[in-house]
Design a binder for this molecule. Structure first.
Ligand code: T68
Length: 831
């Protein structure tokens, strides 16, 4: 340990034979052709774009593996504290272009491929997105991995290797509704993962737990089903460094191929049943965001993943030959929402039952190891698991949770308060509250933007704040990686910035505050023209994409207005589409002469709805059918057009974001924890239309209020407004005649008859939980302000430049620094 050991033979022979890409650039063309001939077993004359992609990817992977190995050896040699990011979702998108950028090999590969007869652009789009996530939470995890590697921090991700990622979204030609299809992303072999068939752990389910060792809290858990976890490693290169981290994804497999006893007894079905159930654990990503509905397979996923990950960490820690009491000095574990909360219980089980520590010493280690991030205050998203289900699936863990509850009872306070603090919710059946467990078992708890972190303290966990004090609660405002979300998705803007700042791209991409330097050029007409030209070019690129996808021409001179995110009532895509209808009716009512003064606008929507979320799916259907009517109306379609782009993904976002003039982040105040696409749009010079919510607030603080179009009621008023909706309802006609007119137009059937949209409209007419009736008029006014501002194009371009210039804070490098210093206490490993 510590020293590098050379296994056999002469050390010099080994060292000279080993590749070191800093001292010797491998011949890229040779390496691509080598993979064509060997890995792919194909001849040069039958290689298509996809084959060339595969060969290029394998060749790039060779570089990553070398760096990955070196990094891991350095981590072991230095024996420093490490951090682990536990997330059920990693929304990575494509890898090839990112790996080339981070390795600094984009130009070399580009010219090698070109000499072989392939265009790099055609090759990059061959790659299928790795879409192992639903939305913001999963994409945040991916950005954090990029920033950790870039800052040479010893951080590993742990997740699941789903056979099927987020479903593919199709739009039905007849009625415009969403259809789901599976996403078999591993169909063709995945060059970005390394199967580690030697890294496996056994994970137990069911069985029984027998207490022993009077008063120690110990028990033995035995019987039940054992499933094998197999590691697949995904290399995460840092930008401009050799540091390459690891994302370890677990695949489930039956421990034995099948049950031979049943097979021999002639019961074939029984024999394969258990092997099927083992493989099922990692078969599919659950497509629900912001809801928890207690399915046993989901709980199995959570335990399988946390148990395998902890076993792996423990094995690595044991190699250090340190006493177990020092575990928390060498390991920090970040829980990405409550999904991995069982890790807290599993570490207790290992320390008490297997390491035979006292309950109190084990609890001290646990509560110094874990950190918990909350990502939403929506009550329907708070995870709860039924006690009978837990007792059946994880009997030992349920005992431990009850033991934690017993200790908790020593907390001071009245009965009501103790009931609110409790890990167990009374009822039939009783439920385990995972968020409470995560708070109790963690050293610190954080939200993802200032406002959200305050709501976490005031509304979600007020009793815990009172009990533990404020110091246990913090905020880390989210961030995004400028490598993918500026340099890669918007190379022309990146080039213009480098040219203008006169500093190396490698510098400002690692220190995003350097963008401030653009402010000195805001008033330079030449720079303004170049800035505007880049935006226009990106709009043309999007127009071409839409034409290829949907067969409709798009006017790139119009204002581009974009809302792209998961479909959810709280995100209020409905407010947006009703606003579009309002605008359509208005333009329709004008004379042809009057219409000429209208600001031309193209509205884009994209996003998936959870398959069981009826109202969200109805919203998609409305958008698609409104688009069909509006785009076909010769009176208005040169002034207003509308598109719903199917199958939203990271790659589609990379085309949409650089092309936006404005984007919409219009959640009911207090409901969007942070949002991260808002940051991406602004970084690319798009302006925001938004509510005073999540990270919109901090963006406005940075870029200036005059560069953000805010509207709507504020968070402190929401509760009161909802109360009035329930007890003193006012008809929409009185509250907002404009909105009432729009709702009636939809009801009248011009976008589809038979009253299909009534259930959606009724959510607004009755109850209106997300306050569309309260915000509609001020929303329309905000859009009018956008029109006015856009009319003065020079002023608009200045706003755009100022916005980009002030986005330094929102680099995920800053966010990861916060976590590394204030939470994990880890340092970078340089070599
Ligand atoms: C998002 N949450 C927040 N959840 O909504 C967003 N939930 O404001 C924030 O910017 C982002 O997290 C990053 O912090 C989610 O994306 C989920 O996707 C999710 C998935 C499964 C279960 C619950």
């Amino acid at each position: 340990k510590g020293q590098e050991k050379w296994p056999k033979g002469d050390e010099k022979t080994w060292k000279t034979a080993m590749r070191d890409i800093t001292s010797e650039t491998p011949d890229i063309t040779k390496s691509i052709v080598h993979h064509v001939q060997t890995s792919l077993a194909r001849a040069p004359y039958n290689i298509d774009d996809f084959g060339a992609y595969q060969a290029a990817a394998l060749s790039v992977r060779d570089n990553l593996i070398v760096n990955w190995n070196t990094t891991q050896i350095e981590y072991s040699r230095k024996s420093q504290k490490r951090a682990y990011y536990l997330s059920l979702e990693f929304l990575m998108g494509r890898t090839l272009s990112n790996a080339l950028l981070n390795l600094g090999l984009l130009d070399q590969y580009s010219s090698s491929l070109s000499s072989l007869g392939f265009g790099i652009e055609d090759i990059l789009v061959q790659e299928r997105d790795a879409a192992l996530g639903n939305g913001g939470l999963g994409r945040l995890a991916a950005c954090y991995l990029d920033s950790s590697a870039t800052q040479e921090l010893p951080v590993w991700g742990y997740g699941l290797r789903y056979k099927y990622g987020i479903f593919q979204q199709l739009i039905k030609a007849d009625d415009g509704s969403q259809l789901e299809a599976p996403d078999p992303w591993l169909e063709h072999q995945n060059p970005w993962e390394l199967p580690r068939l030697d890294v496996t752990y056994e994970v137990r389910f069911y069985g029984s737990a027998q207490r022993w060792g009077e008063g120690t809290g110990r028990a033995t858990w035995s019987g039940g089903q054992e499933v094998l976890a197999i590691a697949y490693d995904v290399m995460i290169p840092g930008y401009g460094t050799r540091s390459t981290n690891n994302l370890r994804l677990w695949e489930s497999k039956p421990k034995r191929g099948f049950d031979l006893q049943s097979f021999n007894a002639g019961n074939y079905e029984r024999a394969v049943e258990s092997s099927n159930s083992a493989a099922a654990i990692t078969s599919v990503l659950y497509p629900n965001d912001h809801t928890s509905f207690g399915k046993e397979l989901r709980l199995k996923q959570q335990y399988f993943w946390t148990a395998a990950s902890l076993a792996d960490m423990l094995r690595r820690f044991k190699n250090l030959e340190k006493p177990i009491s020092e575990f928390a000095e060498y390991n920090a574990i970040q829980l990405n929402d409550t999904h991995p909360t069982l890790a807290i219980v599993e570490l207790m089980r290992i320390l008490v039952d297997e390491e035979e520590l006292s309950w109190d010493s084990a609890w001290t280690i646990v509560t110094n190891t874990f950190f918990f991030t909350n990502h939403t205050v929506l009550p329907e998203a708070l995870e709860k698991w039924s006690v009978p289900l837990m007792e059946h699936l994880l009997p030992r863990h349920m005992q431990i949770i009850f033991d934690i509850v017993t200790v908790e009872k020593r907390f001071p306070g009245d009965r009501d308060r103790l009931a609110r603090l409790s890990l167990i919710e009374e009822g039939f059946p009783k439920q385990v509250r995972m968020a409470n467990l995560a708070v109790v078992g963690s050293r610190k708890v954080n939200g993802v933007a200032e406002l959200h972190s305050n709501l976490v303290q005031k509304n979600l966990f007020p009793d815990f704040v009172e009990f533990y004090g404020l110091s246990k609660f913090g905020n880390v405002t989210n961030g995004i990686t400028p490598r993918r979300w500026l340099d890669q998705c918007n190379p022309s803007l990146s080039a213009l910035i480098t040219d203008t700042l006169k500093i190396d791209r490698n510098v400002w991409l690692k220190d995003l505050y350097k963008l401030k330097g653009l402010l000195a050029h805001v008033d330079d007409p030449q720079f303004q023209a170049r800035w505007a030209a880049v935006k226009h070019q990106n709009k043309e690129r999007l127009a071409l994409f839409v034409e290829r996808q949907l067969g409709i021409k798009v006017d790139a001179h119009a204002l581009f207005d974009v809302q792209i995110k998961r479909l959810h009532e709280y995100k209020r895509q409905t407010l947006n589409i009703l606003g579009v209808i309002h605008r359509y009716l208005l333009i329709k009512s004008l004379t042809p002469e009057e219409r000429k003064k209208v600001v031309k606008k193209v509205v884009f929507f994209a996003g998936k709805a959870a398959p069981g979320y009826y109202i969200a799916k109805l919203t998609i259907r409305l958008i698609v059918n409104v688009a069909r009517v509006i785009n076909a109306d010769p009176d208005t379609n040169q002034y207003l057009s509308l598109f719903f782009l199917p199958d939203y993904s990271v790659s589609v976002a990379e085309i949409l974001i650089p092309a936006s003039d404005i984007s919409q982040h219009i959640s009911t105040a207090g409901t969007e924890a942070s949002g991260t696409s808002n940051m991406k749009f602004c970084l690319n010079g798009g302006l925001l239309v938004g509510t005073v919510d999540g990270a919109n607030i901090e963006i406005a603080e940075e870029v200036g209020d005059d560069n953000v179009f805010f509207f709507g009621n504020l968070t402190p008023d929401v509760e009161d407004l909802r109360y009035r909706h329930t007890y003193h309802p006012i008809p929409v006609e009185q509250k907002s005649p404009a909105l009432a007119h729009v709702l009636n137009t939809v009801s009248s059937g011009i976008f589809g008859s038979d009253g299909v949209y009534e259930p959606l409209l009724n959510t607004i007419r009755e109850g209106d939980f997300y306050l569309l009736t309260d915000d509609f008029d001020s929303y329309i006014r905000a859009l009018e302000m956008v029109d006015e501002a856009y009319a003065d194009r020079t002023e608009w371009v200045k706003k755009s430049i100022r916005t980009t210039a002030k986005m330094g804070k929102f680099s995920s490098d800053r966010a990861i620094q916060d976590y590394a210093q204030e939470y994990w206490n880890i340092e970078s490993v340089k070599f």
